[in-house]
Write a protein that binds this ligand. Structure first.
Ligand code: SF4
Ligand code: FES
Length: 452
């Protein structure tokens, strides 16, 4: 089934290098080294191709995207191409000087991950001394610069009881939005599942806490929260459906339907060197494999949710059932559903155990995976830049477009020109897209009612 619509958003993994070592890192176990990263000119071409086919948002991610010295260049190029730009960062290397350069280049939104609300715990999970302090400082700079800020709180057994504090942290930082992102068990997180899985009791407590806080947060902080996979009854519509909304580009230029797609053994992925992005999106066999509903087995094939959750997550079906072409076992109608509950019960009872941390290429010498980052010393130097003088902020930041020539309205018109039949109401609700797409992009598109 070929694509009938352009993707909404692209996740540009500029690098797999990162100063942190979170045990739930979504990067693959086989990390791509610096020597294989796309150069600036190729990324520029890819950004143009993305805009050309109607992509609306570009998420600059990693690894740590700030490890790329050409980040400002790429943000400026994306902005000129009419793309909404979001920086997904650990922020430990982001100071006011660089942030103002990125803002001048056109950056519109920053998402900063926090590993915990307590400095010691945060730094332990991050594997980086004083990471919490650095993140707080960077978040303040984002707000001073007048950019939209999202706090990304990755939640697991060790910090799920601090959700209340995460809300306070986000309010304190004047973020406009918080993602309570339960760990998704792929890649490094799958490897560390027994060290990360929360208990059912913790989950129920978190849910009650969130429900109790929501009325107070209304109008102050946008909250994205969904039930974690292993305790749900219905799967999430992972990535909004395979090959329907998003594509992911790895540091070396592989074009993937999702960040974990390379775990599926029989898929072959084209790269940005092989064909233009639009052609890959349109009919690349890897995108076609699970697009739409034709591939579905029973019970998905007969299910009235088949065009709601699109059969759930292919990578999760592989990870738990051993076959990416089966229904997501998170679904209670799937044959393997009981295995999910059993894994959750077993792993959550595993007690304290060490993490297997991802590599730290920024701290290794050149020649190892990722190589050495020459700028690490500079990252440790506090910025002497004065605060951005034009900054002011009243109330929660709204992630809205400004009606400029690069606004969604303009892009929507452009999509209509280029491609037939974009789906109606959903596409017209542009300001909401920014929130919704970011949420979907964190693989968090299941409704809250799944717990009921
Ligand atoms: Fe979704 Fe398939 Fe379960 Fe239906 S049977 S809810 S389509 S995963
Ligand atoms: Fe790959 Fe869900 S993470 S389809």
């Amino acid at each position: 089934m070929t694509a009938s619509e352009p993707p909404y958003a692209v996740l540009a993994e500029l690098t797999h290098r990162c100063p942190l070592a979170c045990p739930y890192c979504s990067n693959p176990l086989a990390l791509e080294p610096k020597s294989q990263e796309l150069d600036t000119a190729t990324w520029r071409r890819v950004l143009d191709e993305a805009a050309e086919i109607g992509v609306l948002q570009i998420h600059f991610s990693g690894g740590e995207p700030c490890a790329r010295f050409d980040l400002e260049d790429l943000v400026a190029h994306a902005t000129r191409a009419g793309l909404y730009t979001n920086l997904i960062t650990s922020a430990v290397t982001l100071d006011g000087t660089r942030l103002n350069r990125l803002k001048s280049a056109g950056l519109q939104h920053v998402q900063i991950s926090f590993q915990d609300t307590r400095p010691d715990a945060n730094d332990r999970i991050a594997g980086f001394p004083r990471a919490f302090e650095r993140k707080r400082r960077a978040a303040a700079e984002v707000v001073k610069a007048g950019l939209a800020l999202t706090v990304n709180a990755v939640v697991h057994r060790h910090n799920i009881d601090h959700v209340d504090e995460f809300f306070d942290l986000a309010l304190d930082l004047q973020a406009g939005r918080i993602e309570i992102a339960n760990v998704q068990y792929y890649g490094w997180a799958l490897l560390n599942r027994a060290a990360l899985m929360p208990t059912q009791d913790q989950l129920v407590h978190m849910d009650r806490t969130i429900q109790a806080r929501l009325p107070d947060l209304k109008g102050r902080l946008v909250v994205d929260y969904v039930v974690p996979d292993y305790y749900a009854r219905r799967p999430k519509a992972c990535m909004g459906g395979w090959g329907r909304r998003f594509l992911n580009i790895t540091p070396s230029g592989k074009v993937l339907p999702c960040h974990a797609a390379e775990t599926i053994p029989d898929l072959v992925f084209e790269t940005v060197h092989d064909r233009p992005l639009g052609a890959i999106w349109q009919d690349s066999p890897a995108f076609e494999r699970f697009r739409g509903t034709d591939w579905m087995p029973s019970p998905c094939r007969e299910c009235d949710r088949r065009e709601v959750d699109w059969g759930g997550c292919r990578c999760q079906a592989l990870a738990i059932s051993g076959n990416a072409a089966l229904p997501d076992p998170v679904c209670e109608l799937a044959a393997d559903h009981a295995a999910v509950g059993a894994i959750a019960a077993q792993d959550s009872a595993a007690g304290d155990r060490p993490f297997t941390a991802p590599w730290k290429p920024l701290r290794r010498s050149a020649g190892t995976s990722g190589g050495k980052c020459a700028d690490l010393t500079a990252w440790k130097t506090p910025s002497t830049n004065k605060p951005y003088s034009g900054a002011s902020r009243e109330g929660p930041m709204k992630m809205e477009w400004d009606g400029s020539p690069t606004s969604p309205t303009w892009r929507f018109a452009r999509i209509k020109e280029k491609l037939p039949s974009p789906s109606g109401a959903e596409r017209m609700a542009m300001p909401c897209w920014i929130v919704v797409l970011s949420c979907e992009f964190s693989r968090a598109s299941r409704s809250k009612s799944a717990l009921e």
